[in-house]
Design a protein. Structure first.
Lengths: 315, 322
């Protein structure tokens, strides 16, 4: 094994994102003094937390061989609904949080049930769900509504001993789901289903249940990310979740998780999120326009997937 | 399964799967008639077709790519870019109309060819690749336009495309139908069209029988880019105003129409005829939402529900006829 690993040289799939991250941090820290400012570093962690939580959920879905395009709109719906409830009565924070997490899990459950029962391509199904949720959000409101409660805002923007609370939340979620993904029976089943669904079924794995669980995790974490986003924004902005699903997928791909499923790591996905945030932070510090940033982001996606191609099939 | 299934039932299923969208179209149209007799007025129908022309034209190109087993999510961004490019190049001068249209088409085809090159010579997922290309092209559009509406269409440009032939049929609607006919000819009567189906249904057989995989792939994506550009020009002609975000999100309507029309992500099935019917079902469903007085944004909910239902039906038919 060790010899085989050595002979393949550098394993880009596993090491690529850490190399990219180390290079990005080192290059920015050496050349841009503002980057080294602790306030800026805390800001990067704070900005990474929403997308990081989304990317963890997306890693589960992608590794099991599916994809979930609805997460951005789940987060957006949660932002609007949570602020709407809390705008009426800030005392309801706990109730609202519980309700929103249940709502996200329920949408994930619905995604999973429809994929299993109707045998739909997950891309089509979750895209259709994206469209439905977007319609629901805009039917509720086309302008910002309500207000996030002080508690949510404190979690999203506050610090503990100089360390952002939202980053602590991200770390806690990361630790928990890393164990589930890489060190639990469910995690092994999920990799087996993603790698070879038929093989996993014959080995006695309940394929449908594993897929269902992954969609529920994705929906739950999307709702959690939405709550954090509501705290950051402070108000129920209906467009808050737009495009987040793509950023999450880009981060997962950057982290070397194969879109075909059967491989992946939540740690590397969060590494991908932090790398993306650092790149955007540096471009901001260098006063590069948002338009050029958009272009650069597209190029990063294209280069990342070309560098990180699936292995060539043996004829 | 195939051996056991009665041939007659199999033939019926094949018929259903081939013509399902046309049956759905008739049903949706019947429903529309029941709700409002406006759908009997030729002028209204012409207007509905004009309204959906940009999505329809782009869907023709995407159908080629999807028959091949690929997908193109960059069309929305291509539509935005080419609409702005065309308006800026036109700059309010009649003499500039032809060069502006040519420039837009060249840009669209070049972006499509770039997609095709990467798909043909690497093993990346076309879904993520074209998504990334869409983001990059959207960035380019903003850089090019400075983020604001730029360019002025030449006098007569908008008027020509919105002119109603005989007071009924807008030129834009005719252009959509003509391009669909052209696409149908390419799909059915050319070697390229047959090669698309071969590659989509059995890539390995295509490779072994000497089909030029790379060439066909690049051409299909380039055509998708070209039709995206034509859709951008159609959008500019419809509104007369260039907007840097005009095509944003249209790729999803395009994808919905193509999938509704029976062309699957797996490739090898479907075609332009189904896509045109899918486009019409989508626009009738949108108009039904408006007419029935539901909030405008319920269109998105209806679109999502229609996509789920249609794909589920195709899934069931596909599973049984295999």
């Amino acid at each position: 094994m060790a010899v085989a690993r050595l002979s393949t040289g550098l394993d880009l799939e596993r090491a690529g994102i850490w190399l990219l991250l180390a290079t990005a941090v080192a290059a920015s820290a050496l050349t841009i003094p503002e980057f080294r400012d602790p306030a800026n570093l805390a800001n990067i962690l704070r900005q990474s937390s929403v997308l990081g939580i989304l990317a963890i959920g997306q890693t589960f879905v992608i590794a099991v061989g599916m994809i979930d395009l609805s997460v951005g709109m789940i987060a957006g719906l949660v932002v609007v609904l949570a602020c709407w409830i809390l705008g009426g009565d800030p005392e309801l924070t706990l109730v609202a949080v519980a309700l929103m997490l249940a709502l996200g899990s329920a949408i994930g459950l619905l995604n999973g049930l429809l994929v299993n029962r109707l045998k739909l391509h997950p891309l089509i199904l979750t895209f259709a769900m994206l469209s439905v949720l977007q319609g629901v959000i805009f039917t509720i409101t086309d302008r910002s509504v309500g207000r996030a409660s002080p508690t949510l805002q404190a979690i999203a923007n506050g610090s503990l001993l100089g360390f952002p609370l939202s980053a602590i939340l991200l770390l806690a979620v990361l630790a928990l789901f890393h164990v589930v993904f890489s060190h639990s029976r469910f995690g092994y089943h999920l990799i087996a289903v993603g790698g070879n669904a038929e093989g996993a079924r014959r080995a006695g794995v309940d394929v449908k249940r594993v897929r269902l669980a992954c969609f529920v995790i994705s929906g739950f974490l999307a709702a959690l990310a939405g709550l954090l986003l509501a705290g950051r924004l402070g108000t129920g902005y209906p467009l808050a979740g737009s495009g987040l699903e793509l950023d999450a997928i880009v981060a997962v791909v950057l982290g070397g998780t194969a879109l075909a499923g059967g491989r992946g790591s939540v740690l590397r996905s969060v590494g991908g999120v932090i790398a993306l945030t650092i790149i955007s932070n540096v471009l901001n510090l260098l006063e590069v326009s948002a338009f050029v940033q958009l272009f650069v982001k597209g190029l990063i996606v294209i280069v990342a997937i070309i560098v990180n191609q699936p292995p060539r099939e043996r004829p | 399964m195939t051996l056991l299934a009665a041939p007659r039932e199999e033939a019926a299923l094949a018929f259903l799967s081939r013509y399902a969208i046309f049956i759905v179209l008739v049903l949706v149209f019947g429903l529309a008639l029941a709700v409002s007799d406006a759908f009997l007025k030729p002028a209204y129908l012409g207007n509905v077709t004009r309204q959906i022309a940009p999505v329809g034209i782009a869907a023709i190109g995407v159908t080629f790519v999807m028959i091949l087993g690929g997908v193109d999510l960059s069309v929305g961004a291509v539509i935005s870019l080419t609409a702005v490019l065309c308006a800026v190049q036109m700059d309010g001068e009649v003499a500039n109309i032809a060069p502006a249209i040519l420039a837009a088409c060249a840009a669209g085809a070049a972006i499509g060819a770039a997609n095709g090159l990467v798909v043909a010579f690497t093993r990346v997922s076309p879904f993520i690749l074209t998504l990334g290309m869409g983001i990059a092209v959207a960035g380019l559009t903003q850089i090019y336009s400075g983020g604001t509406a730029r360019g002025i269409v030449a006098p007569g440009f908008r008027e020509f495309f919105n002119h109603r032939i005989g007071g009924v049929l807008p030129v834009l609607a005719v252009a959509f139908l003509a391009l669909a006919a052209l696409g149908l000819v390419v799909q059915r009567l050319t070697v390229f069209g047959r090669q698309l189906f071969l590659i989509g249904s059995n890539r390995r057989a295509a490779l072994l029988s000497g089909t030029p995989l790379a060439g066909v792939t690049i051409l299909a994506y380039a055509l998708s880019g070209l039709f995206g550009a034509l859709a951008g020009i159609a959008l500019l002609a419809r509104s007369g105003v260039s907007n840097t975000l005009s095509g944003q999100g249209l790729e999803f309507q395009v994808l919905a129409a193509v999938v509704l029309g029976g062309t699957t992500f797996e490739g090898g099935r479907g075609g332009i005829g189904g896509t045109v019917a899918g486009v019409l079902v989508l626009v009738i469903a949108f108009n039904l939402v408006n007419i029935s007085g539901l909030p405008y944004h319920m269109q998105l909910v209806v679109m999502g529900a229609v996509i789920i239902l249609a794909s589920a039906v195709y899934g069931q038919i596909g599973n049984r006829s295999e």
